[in-house]
Design a protein around this ligand. Structure first.
Ligand code: 13P
Ligand code: SF4
Length: 303
């Protein structure tokens, strides 16, 4: 039996489901029950009532959110080293420090954070709903972190004052997209439309025709009458875009735009994870309880 068959057999025996982020390797996306952006994967983890195990093929903060929202299920992160560097950039001490300067401002944290930061926030958001989350708050000044670019995008869209926590938070992969490269591609492909993730810099966002989360990009590509797309987000998404739109062309705006943490989950690691129940995501209940409130508030916002 080959590895795929072994995984499918184990998955059935253990009542497990496999969720994969849009940036994962093609073979991981193919074996997953569901592929999506961070909010869709959280929703899916909650909706799968019969699943006893969720194998989360993505990075740490996504698996942690699933564990927080599903305390009765086992959530496994196949590779313990799959850690989003941005999620490490916002500490509780930093939230406390800035909160002391703006005591009445609500704290909004991007899901790309550790559980401890979520537990210390008022509400979470993802790139798909950050604008609506901030809009829903009865406050003109909002503390927002860790992604400074997403915060700036939210400020542009809502007109509210966004105080970045920390001042310098960023995604190393999305900073690779530069407007100069997009300008060259637009000269070569004048009939292309440009899709940009809100984690990109403001200079890159300025040349975008469409800005959105990874799944919103997939939706836009499907529904758009354009046949060619310049893509400014991690290159793993090209697999799904091409699979869902075989007659359309997708061009990555920077060839080396790889998030290494999204690529260390392999089929071998998914197999070992299912077989040996590793790596079990554990969040202390005192932290999980508070983080859950913040995540649940996010789900109440219409987006
Ligand atoms: P999405 O929620 O848009 O998939 O983004 C998650 C992420 O980590 C982007 O770098
Ligand atoms: Fe984190 Fe950036 Fe990788 Fe997304 S692409 S998981 S924000 S490092």
């Amino acid at each position: 039996m080959d590895l795929t068959q072994e995984i499918l057999k184990l998955k059935k025996e253990k009542k497990a489901i496999i969720l994969a982020h849009n940036y994962e390797r093609p073979e991981v996306q193919d074996i997953a029950d569901y592929t999506g952006d961070s909010i869709e994967l959280s929703r899916k983890a909650m909706a799968e009532k019969d699943a006893e195990i969720i194998v989360f093929s993505a990075v740490d903060f996504m698996a942690e959110s699933a564990a927080i929202l599903n305390p009765q299920k086992k959530v496994l992160l196949p590779c313990a080293g799959a850690r989003c560097p941005m999620a490490q950039m916002l500490t509780v001490d930093e939230i406390k420090r800035v909160k002391a300067l703006y005591p009445t401002a609500p704290v909004v944290v991007y899901v790309n954070t550790l559980a401890s930061a979520k537990a210390y926030s008022d509400i979470c958001c993802t790139s798909a709903n950050a604008v609506q989350v901030v809009q829903s708050l009865d406050a003109d000044t909002v503390l927002f972190g860790p992604d400074r670019n997403l915060g700036e995008y939210v400020a542009e869209k809502t007109g509210k004052k966004i105080v970045p926590i920390p001042e310098w938070g960023f995604c190393p992969t999305h900073l690779l997209f530069q407007p100069e490269d997009i300008a060259v591609l637009k000269l070569k492909h004048p009939d292309a439309t440009v899709m940009v993730h809100p984690e990109c810099s403001s200079d890159t966002r300025k040349v975008a025709d469409f800005i959105g989360s990874t799944s919103k990009m997939c939706q836009y590509a499907k529904e758009s009458s354009f046949k060619k797309f310049v893509v400014c987000t991690e290159e793993g998404i090209l697999y799904r875009l091409q699979k869902e739109n075989p007659a359309k062309e997708f061009i990555i705006a920077y060839d080396g735009a790889v998030c290494p943490n999204m690529k260390i989950t392999t089929l071998e690691r998914i197999y070992a994870s299912l077989k040996e129940n590793k790596h079990l995501v554990k969040i202390p209940e005192s932290v999980a309880q508070k983080a859950r409130v913040s995540l649940e508030r996010m789900f109440e916002v219409k987006s």
